[in-house]
Design a protein around this ligand. Structure first.
Ligand SMILES: Nc1ncnc2c1ncn2[C@@H]1O[C@H](COP(=O)(O)OP(=O)(O)OP(=O)(O)O)[C@@H](O)[C@H]1O
Length: 258
């Protein structure tokens, strides 16, 4: 990857729950602008790895660096402020709020006004509020959600809710976006469109993306590099073409067929 900046760096990271080593000695990295996949069968440790990266769990062993800084033990809101955003396997929107407000709330931490400004409603408050609304609408347009801006999030069709989750994550202006099975529950056409959109996002937002996916064929066309977990251990890493012909992956993960 030449002289590209190393954005995320996991060194020998493990986590133990009771007697279970859910992730074991996992070493991985993502460079600036890379689109990387994390795959593996059910219970392999993918979401647990995400949870350690995003401050939900503290690793039992090892170090996690983000943008050159050690982030073990940092809280989720701190890693968000540092430039990381994620989506969840089960959609977690503010279901009673409008589509636009879901995106505006995420943008909140970038709003440049203080409480007294807000209370006395000086111009700066209105300017910032207008800016956040405009940015929110722009983001919704990119995700074909603008026509739903004032609908309640819970009333969106399922595929649109998934897109809104990604839009909301992007509203925090991340350097690294982590997507946990974003195509879960989508039909094949929606899935295809989503994968195209993920590629497009990386190119247009100039961000790095780590994508968890269950379905190997899905990530093959999108990711540049893959890490394969099985029982918490990384059993392979490489380009999709390399992973496709990796015997261990074929045997352990794909049950003999790719
Ligand atoms: N908080 C926890 N306490 C105890 N065990 C946990 C906890 N979180 C995860 N595990 C266990 O760690 C292992 C890895 O789970 P994880 O959810 O990370 O797998 P996954 O690869 O994301 O699977 P899936 O594809 O089904 O989402 C599983 O055996 C799971 O039961």
């Amino acid at each position: 990857m030449g002289d590209k900046k190393r954005l995320l760096d996991l060194r020998d990271v493990s986590i133990v729950f009771g007697g279970l080593r859910a992730v074991s000695n996992f070493t991985m990295h993502i460079d600036e602008g890379e689109l990387v996949g994390l795959i593996g069968p059910n219970g392999a440790g993918k979401t647990t790895a995400f949870n350690m990266i995003t401050g939900v769990y503290v690793p039992t062993e090892g170090e996690i660096y983000f943008d050159g800084k050690l982030i073990n033990g940092k809280k989720s809101y701190q890693v968000t402020q540092m430039g990381m955003a994620r989506t969840f396997q089960n959609i977690r929107l503010f279901s009673e709020l409008s589509v636009l407000d879901n995106v505006k709330i995420a943008n909140n931490m970038h709003i440049d006004y203080s409480l007294p400004h807000a209370i006395f409603r000086v111009n700066k408050y209105f300017d910032e509020e207008k800016k956040v609304t405009e940015q929110g609408m722009e983001l919704l347009k990119l995700f074909h959600l603008d026509k739903h801006a004032h609908d309640m999030a819970k009333n969106l069709p399922y595929g649109a809710q998934r897109r809104l989750e990604i839009a909301r994550a992007l509203a925090t202006k991340p350097q690294l976006l982590l997507l946990d099975e974003p195509a879960a529950g989508m039909n094949p056409q929606e899935t295809k469109e989503l994968m195209e959109m993920i590629k497009w996002l990386r190119d247009n937002f100039k961000i790095s993306i780590l994508l968890i996916e269950h379905d190997m064929s899905l990530v093959m066309g999108v990711c540049e590099r893959l890490y394969v977990l099985e029982y918490g251990m990384c059993i392979a890493t490489g380009t999709p073409a390399e992973i496709k012909k990796n015997k261990r992956v074929i045997k352990a993960y794909l049950g003999g067929e790719v």
